[in-house]
Design a protein around this ligand. Structure first.
Ligand code: BYC
Ligand code: FE
Ligand code: FE
Length: 471
């Protein structure tokens, strides 16, 4: 399943044999490049970046590494090979052969899922566009751009599905992907967290830790889809997603380690005078990013989610490894419920609680990295623990949207929230401080003072390798 790079759009879907589709995508391609130049990474068109490019979808050796200018990145369309005789694994169509074409009765729902997924990809590139100006090292700069070009490719993945399977309205949706913009008051991105700004590197590492992890879980749920082209494209996207989360986890870990070093050296929790980011501020950033990412899972009670599952369009995380009937019409789950001044629980049908199930899997996965950060903090002999806030904290979607809660999940009044929220969330001063540390470091091998070096370089290269060449 090698990819043909002699074509204008590299792909392993036989584009050359479908002239109409090819022509439609070739018309979209210049609009995409224009979008990249207009709202992608600022002032980077001359940079030569040490990037990996997909050259095959085989498990081993899918990537090629080399320096290239980002606008020349070979964005293409790669699906994992079809699994022979694959069957729908869940919902009303369980056991039937998977669909290679869109089932007419589910067209609206499928298109909506694909559009929502697709919209997040260019949004993240827009959100991160200014970060290149303040990179803490060349190594980090390269990782940022690797993430950016791959999110661009993820947009290609969804645009391919829209063009190949949804005719004229698919093409219109593909055009609109480039017309909505992160934070645009008139034409914002669809999901709230994709309209936030990400203009310092601590926010970037939090984004790739938490928000790309939402990506991992949503893609994993869509990879279970009975619509096989969606499943196959998500499977390949997940292989790229792993690197994004590596960037997030290792990034936060390096900030934490540098902070701990400074705490030890100066025997103080207040490392700001020494150019470090105190653990209190890191905790506030965790509180913010985790809570806005919980919103990305939608409401705990969602008929959309129940329908997506029953229709066989969107499964659970690792659906086929779960030991139940995969239909769930009679299953029940326990969900939280606001009861006066406290949070209680109640039982509800499992199907409309699908969003909550995925969110809980996300929470467990998020906690794993925190355990590793806390282990590192202990290894410095320090008695501080980073924690995930309660799901009731700082929420805008679902059952907690109209209440205020502390990170421990205690319900509080509006007044108390207003007076105390900056004890828990980054304040304008906290952002100003973090931003004051963001000065570019571009000498190979050098690191900004608020972050420790990575353990190793990329693809066997040394840490002081010329990951980005400026011409
Ligand atoms: N913001 O029934 P509900 C990634 C809307 S990240 C704004 O609970 P549903 C990436 C909702 O649309 C992964 N609106 O919603 C990461 C609905 O609207 P209507 C992205 C929201 O449909 C980093 C109403 O509220 N992929 O790949 O069950 C970098 C009722 O809600 C929000 C996907 O999300 C929100 N947060 O669930 C790059 C997968 N939440 O019907 C990339 C596809 C809900 O009243 N999407 N609403 O007009 C889905 O599966 C679902 O659309 C959602 C929402 C889980 C997001
Ligand atoms: Fe993505
Ligand atoms: Fe990602």
């Amino acid at each position: 399943m090698n990819i043909d790079y002699n074509e204008t759009i590299p792909n392993n879907v036989g584009l050359a044999d479908d002239r109409r589709l090819l022509r439609a995508l070739e018309r979209w391609q210049p609009a995409y490049l224009q979008w990249w130049n207009d709202v992608g990474p600022v002032e980077t068109s001359d940079f030569e970046v040490y990037l990996r490019t997909a050259i095959s979808v085989d498990a081993n050796g899918w990537a090629h590494y080399g320096h290239l200018r980002m606008p020349e990145y070979r964005w293409g369309i790669f699906l994992t090979p079809p699994e022979e005789n694959r069957q729908i694994a869940f919902g009303q169509h369980k056991g039937e052969p998977v669909w290679n074409d869109v089932p007419g009765e589910y067209r609206t729902e499928l298109r909506r899922l694909i559009v929502t997924q697709g919209d997040t990809e260019p949004a993240s590139v827009e959100q991160q566009r200014d970060l290149g100006r303040t990179c803490p090292s060349l190594y980090d700069l390269r990782n940022l751009f690797q993430v950016n070009v791959e999110e661009g490719r993820h947009l290609w993945a969804m645009v391919y599905l829209l063009h190949a399977h949804f005719g004229r309205d698919g093409r219109e949706e593909a055009d609109e992907m480039l017309e909505r913009h992160a934070g645009d008051p008139d034409k914002p991105r669809i999901l709230e967290a994709f309209n936030e700004s990400t203009d310092d590197w601590l926010s970037f590492f939090m984004f790739t830790y938490f928000q790309d992890r939402d990506g991992k879980f949503q893609l994993a749920a869509l990879a279970e889809s009975g619509f096989d082209p969606l499943s196959r494209t998500c499977r390949f996207m997940l292989t790229e997603e792993a690197h994004h989360m590596f960037v997030g986890e290792s990034g936060i870990m390096r900030v934490v380690k540098r902070t701990c070093e400074l705490m030890r050296e100066h025997d103080s929790e207040d490392v700001r005078p020494h150019g470090g980011i105190d653990l209190g501020t890191i905790q506030k950033f965790i509180n913010f990013h985790y809570s806005i990412c919980l919103d990305l899972f939608g409401s705990e009670r969602s008929t959309n989610a129940a329908n997506y599952y029953s229709m066989g369009l969107k499964g659970r995380y690792q659906e086929t490894k779960i030991d139940d009937d995969h239909v769930l019409t009679d299953a029940h789950v326990i969900v939280p419920r606001v009861e006066g001044d406290h949070i209680a629980t109640e039982e509800m049908a499992a199907l409309p609680a699908m969003n909550l199930k995925l969110r809980e899997d996300f929470a467990m996965d998020s906690q794993r990295g925190l355990n590793r950060f806390n282990k590192a903090i202990r290894e410095y002999g320090l008695d501080v623990e980073l924690t995930l806030p309660d799901p009731a904290f700082n929420r805008n979607i679902g059952i907690f949207r109209d209440i205020n809660a502390t990170p421990e999940g205690r319900l509080i009044s509006d007044d108390e929230w207003q007076t105390r929220k900056y004890d828990w969330l980054p304040s304008p001063d906290d952002y100003a401080f973090v931003r004051s540390l963001m000065v570019p470091v571009i000498e190979p091998g050098k690191m900004a003072g608020w972050i420790s070096p990575p353990k190793r370089g990329i693809h066997g290269k040394p840490i002081d390798y010329d990951y980005v060449l400026f011409h």
